[in-house]
Structure formats: structure tokens, C-alpha cells
Design a protein around this ligand. Structure first.
Ligand SMILES: *Cc1c(COP(=O)(O)O)cnc(C)c1O
Length: 376
């Protein structure tokens, strides 16, 4: 008989989620607004703790779409984006008819390389087009080199949209990820560090921007008794049911970050003495990762595939790293700047089961596959 599947990252309820959902039913707030939506936004604002304003939306992708719209991105514009990421970081650029300009990773955090970023800005400006925004990503929860990236953004006066979809609970130099950019986005998809079954948020530094995002996300209805529209609107608001799940999840966020970090430590300990396996780790104590997923790099593509298949045979889910966007068929022929660090990572990298709900016996099963594979 096939053993039960071990997932890379699966939803992990804390217990009070159903209480908040029940309240929504009891008060009949079964709509894309209500007390849970407001409560969840307040919980996030308090957690992020940098005088930010949070708008709860239907997904992280929707948040990114609205952020780009509010920065005035239009057809024909260029937007700089980290190449190694999930397609949702880049797709909203295409929704607007703008062109992404992809930037390679650096080796320490696997996130946007500041050197390639500055080269790209200089080169695009020399070609007559100043990029409208920069989208760095905190991949797998690891903070990007935000000091360097923000300094370049400030030097060239380009707004930053921080893709913090994977990094709620991470911080850089003591400041929470999601509070560095002009705007930031969060995701509460089912596989993320906390989930609302599906959902996202826009984080901003001003109440006006938040209000504008909420306005656009609820069909851009002008203030009139009839339906009056002077902007194109979207249906992107979070529902009060989903927000109820989110409020319950916020109660266990810190505990779940600790459990993900424990899973990461398990792998760090296992691979400690192996020179041919690198575990993505915090470069120094300026970086604090929620370790949403623990990822490793093996010596070759063949070795990576063999390990992936060894896990698969035991019904354990693993996954190659994000395939860089500049290698994706949808983004052929778009500009790319870098030295192919991300290509090499993609070739040899693997994400390992990292959920906060992994049980002791599941860690044992994972360890057995690893021991067998590395002949320990
Ligand atoms: C999950 C994710 C998103 C998109 O979030 P959704 O809520 O699924 O739309 C964007 N960027 C990154 C890096 C992600 O991992």
C-alpha cells in the first residue's frame, strides 16, 4: 500500500479559523466586505509594524496588478522584475501591455542581483526608456538584499513593488519584509506560510493609496446613489469568509514560522558534512527568513533529478526551483540582464518538504530517503 503523501507545503490550520468563519455566518456577513476583512487588515498592519496600511484582496496576483496600475504603468512601458520567481510576479506586467525586463539572481540569497539591476536601469535609460517600477522578490522567504536594491531605486527615482508573497514573517536588519517598498504584496494562497484558502494583500505607506486600491478592487464605484464609474474597476476584494480564516491564521503565524525554521534546521543538520550539497541559508544575521521552503542545490542536473524521483517513489513531493522567467516560452524575446546564476540554480536545485505541519514520522521518512540516496 502506498504511504500517505508528504506535501511540499500544505495548509495548516491553527484552530480558531472556524470561529471567525462562524461569526461571519452568524452575522450574515457573507460578502467581499465585513468585520473579518477589517480585522484581518488590522492584524496585518499591527504585525508589520511600520505605519503601513493593508488592503485585503482576492490574491497576491490581484495586489500586484493594482500596484502597477496605481504606479501608472501602461502599454509600452517597461517594468523590472526578478527573473527567478513564480510567473505571478511578472504576469500582471503583461496584463497591462507593458514589457518585463528580467534581472538575474545573486548567489547569496538567490534574489535580485543589485549589480545586474543597475546595469539594466542604465542600459534601458540609454535606450530611451526609464523603467516604471522594480519588482524584487523574497524567494522561499529569504529576504532580498534590500539595502542595495533600495539605494539603487532611490538613486534613479524608481518605485519598488516588493513581492513578499513568500516572505510574511521574514525580516531584514530587523525590519519586516513587506515594509521596504513603495508598495508590497502578500499572498495567502493554500501553499503559503499562512492561507485564507486563496487571497492576497497590498501593503502601502499611505491611507490614500490603500483607499484607492480598495476602490479599484470593488468595481471603482463613484460616490453616487446610482452606479457611476469614472475609472475601470476590478472585482479583487477579499471575502469576509476568507478573511475569517486569515484572522485565525494570524494567531499562529509566529508559531508556524518557528516550525518552518525547525524544518530548515533539520535539513541544515543533515547536509552539514556534505560539501556537494548547498542549502539556501541566511548569509549573515541581517537576514531572517521564515524559511517558507527549504531548498538545496546539488552538484548536477542528473543528481537533482535522481533525488527528486527517489522522493517521488516514496510518495514525497519535492519540486525543482522556480524556472527563471527569461527561460519561459511566454517571455521569450524580452530583455534580460545577468550572468545566468538563476539558470544554474534552476538546473540543480530542489525544494524539499517544509510545511509547519510535518510530523515526526514524516521527517523520518524524508530522512530515510536522503540516507539511502547519499548512502549514509
Ligand atoms: C504565490 C506567489 C504570488 C501570487 O500570489 P497568489 O495569491 O497565488 O496570486 C506572487 N509571487 C510569488 C513569488 C508567489 O510565490
Amino acid at each position: 500500500m502506498q504511504q500517505e503523501k508528504i506535501w511540499l507545503s500544505s495548509p495548516h490550520m491553527g484552530g480558531n479559523e472556524q470561529k471567525y468563519v462562524q461569526e461571519a455566518f452568524d452575522s450574515n456577513w457573507v460578502a467581499p466586505l465585513g468585520p473579518n476583512v477589517n480585522g484581518f487588515e488590522q492584524d496585518l498592519e499591527k504585525y508589520l509594524n511600520e505605519d503601513v496600511f493593508v488592503g485585503a484582496l482576492s490574491s497576491g496576483t490581484a495586489a500586484l496588478h493594482l500596484a502597477l496600475i496605481m504606479l501608472g504603468v501602461e502599454a509600452g512601458d517597461e517594468v523590472i522584475c526578478q527573473s527567478m520567481t513564480f510567473a505571478a510576479s511578472a504576469n500582471p506586467i503583461a496584463y497591462l501591455g507593458a514589457t518585463p525586463v528580467f534581472i538575474d539572481s545573486e548567489k547569496d540569497t538567490w534574489n535580485m542581483c543589485p549589480i545586474a539591476l543597475e546595469q539594466a536601469i542604465e542600459d534601458r535609460m540609454a535606450k530611451g526608456k526609464k523603467p516604471k517600477a522594480i519588482i524584487p522578490v523574497h524567494l522561499y522567504g529569504m529576504p532580498a538584499k534590500m539595502d542595495e536594491i533600495m539605494a539603487i531605486a532611490t538613486k534613479y527615482d524608481i518605485p519598488v513593488i516588493e513581492d513578499s508573497a513568500e516572505a510574511l514573517g521574514s525580516s531584514y536588519k530587523g525590519q519586516k519584509c513587506g515594509t521596504f517598498g513603495t508598495m508590497s504584496i502578500l499572498s495567502f494562497n493554500g501553499n503559503k506560510i499562512i492561507t485564507t484558502s486563496g487571497g492576497g494583500a497590498l501593503v502601502t505607506k499611505s491611507k490614500e493609496v490603500k483607499d484607492k486600491a480598495v476602490f479599484l478592487s470593488t468595481q471603482a464605484r463613484d460616490n453616487a446613489p446610482h452606479y457611476q464609474h469614472s475609472h475601470i474597476g476590478y472585482n479583487y476584494r477579499m471575502s469576509n469568509i476568507c478573511a475569517g480564516i486569515g484572522r485565525g491564521q494570524m494567531e499562529v503565524l509566529d508559531a508556524h514560522v518557528q516550525l518552518r525554521r525547525k524544518a530548515h534546521q533539520f535539513y541544515m543538520d543533515f547536509f552539514k558534512s556534505m560539501n556537494d550539497v548547498v542549502v539556501l541559508h541566511e548569509p549573515n544575521n541581517a537576514f531572517y527568513s521564515n524559511h517558507w521552503l527549504t531548498a538545496i542545490v546539488l552538484e548536477s542536473y542528473e543528481k537533482r533529478e535522481a533525488l527528486r524521483l527517489a522522493f517521488e517513489a516514496e510518495n514525497i513531493e519535492t519540486r525543482p526551483l522556480w524556472k527563471p522567467m527569461h527561460l519561459q516560452p511566454i517571455f521569450q524575446n524580452v530583455p534580460y540582464y545577468g550572468t545566468n546564476v538563476s539558470e544554474s540554480l534552476f538546473d540543480k536545485g530542489l525544494c524539499l518538504p517544509s510545511g509547519s505541519n510535518l510530523k515526526e514520522e514524516e521527517f523520518l521518512r524524508i530522512q530515510n530517503v536522503l540516507k539511502d540516496f547519499f548512502k549514509l
